[in-house]
Design a protein around this ligand. Structure first.
Ligand SMILES: *Cc1c(COP(=O)(O)O)cnc(C)c1O
Length: 357
């Protein structure tokens, strides 16, 4: 429990008192009627599909479908244009530029730092330990009176591991700002989501995304789960129609096929295991880190030249070899069975050429 957290002391005062944009359709939520309120084109669209009407600003149908899947009430769900949108909005809601701070735990997802930098917010970095866990004491020591957010990514990108529950609990208890737990890869781990702890911790925010397991990266749709009071504030400051009509339609379709997501996850987990085995059998691979995500962090003898070689072969992986604590590593997304075989064959060829040279 954290009983001393006060949301009003974390939200910027002018945001607390802000009157949101009232959209034309706020006063009438029915589907039938003659809509002459929003200056739309009444005849239809230039495209075959009809996009001439503005979409639901609060995505009620999607939240109604998502609520039983995530076992959380609709007033505690925020949907964004990717989870990158709530990342940005959480900073805007809480951090005064040039004054307030956020804490990030590198090596981690790059957007926390980029978003904070865009808003000219101070970034305090507390390195993960060498085994990629949270250094709780160092994080608690880095908190200042102006620290508003601690960003935690679990399973972490690019290291692939889950953060220990006890460490996140210690941050939630010891910090009176927001602890944002980014669970972009939650579908690929057996660890439970932090959504179930939201009642216990009013300062907890959980992010998830449709971009990974759901296979909907192109739609741009992310989820944020938090107290109803914080969700209200995010709704107040978002752009009014932040999820487009075709994206909302596709999300509705996707949410009816959650079993298909589960099947694909199963397949990806199977492939993750077999890709690991194949990589571990290569002499140019020094280490494949444990992964609770849909990628593997792999340490090579000479990551930079492996990367360059793979690009020549039109195989694109993520170079993390210059990243703190990931020196010499490439991050490889688990592909299809065939893609993984092509990758491993290419690496074998590289290995042979090296021996000959
Ligand atoms: C991929 C990823 C996201 C997803 O971002 P979207 O904007 O939802 O596509 C969020 N957080 C982390 C750590 C990620 O790796």
């Amino acid at each position: 429990m954290n009983t001393s957290f006060d949301l009003n002391s974390v939200i910027r005062p002018h945001i607390l008192s802000l009157a949101p944009y009232s959209s034309a359709r706020d006063e009438y939520t029915g589907h039938e009627g003659i809509f002459l309120d929003a200056n739309e084109n009444p005849y239809g669209s230039v495209t075959e599909a009809h996009y001439n009407r503005y979409p639901d600003p609060y995505q009620a149908e999607i939240k109604a479908k998502l609520s039983p899947i995530k076992k959380i009430s609709t007033d505690r769900i925020f949907l964004g244009n990717g989870s990158d949108e709530p990342i940005d909005l959480l900073i805007r809601a809480t951090c005064t530029p040039e004054k307030d701070h956020v804490i990030i735990l590198p090596p981690t997802y790059g957007m926390y730092e980029v978003s904070a930098s865009i808003h000219n917010v101070q970034i305090d970095k507390v390195s993960l330990t060498v085994d990629y866990q949270i250094d709780v004491e160092a994080v608690l020591n880095a908190i200042t009176p102006d620290t508003k957010i601690i960003w935690v990514c679990t399973p972490n990108n690019p290291t692939g591991n889950v953060m220990q529950d006890g460490a996140i609990e210690a941050l939630l208890k010891g910090f009176n700002g927001l602890v944002v737990v980014d669970e972009a890869y939650v579908d690929f781990t057996e660890s439970a989501s932090w959504i179930v702890r939201l009642d216990e911790y009013p300062n907890l925010v959980v992010l998830q995304t449709f971009s990974k397991a759901w296979g909907l990266a192109g739609l741009r749709a992310g989820m944020c789960f938090a107290s109803a009071a914080l969700i209200k504030i995010l709704n107040k400051i978002k752009s009014p129609y932040n999820i487009s009509l075709p994206a909302q339609q596709a999300l509705l379709e996707g949410l009816s096929a959650a079993d298909k997501k589960d099947e694909m996850v199963k397949e990806i987990l199977k492939e993750r295991a077999s890709l690991r085995t194949m990589l571990e059998n290569l002499t140019l691979v020094n280490k494949v880190y444990p992964s609770d995500a849909n990628f593997l962090l792999v340490h090579f003898d000479d990551a930079r030249s492996v990367m360059a070689y793979l690009i020549d072969e039109a195989i694109i992986v993520r170079d993390r070899s210059k990243v703190h604590l990931c020196e010499g590593c490439l991050r490889i997304t688990v592909g299809t069975e065939q893609e993984n075989e092509v990758l491993v064959e290419a690496l074998k060829k590289y290995q042979q050429n090296k021996v000959i040279a």
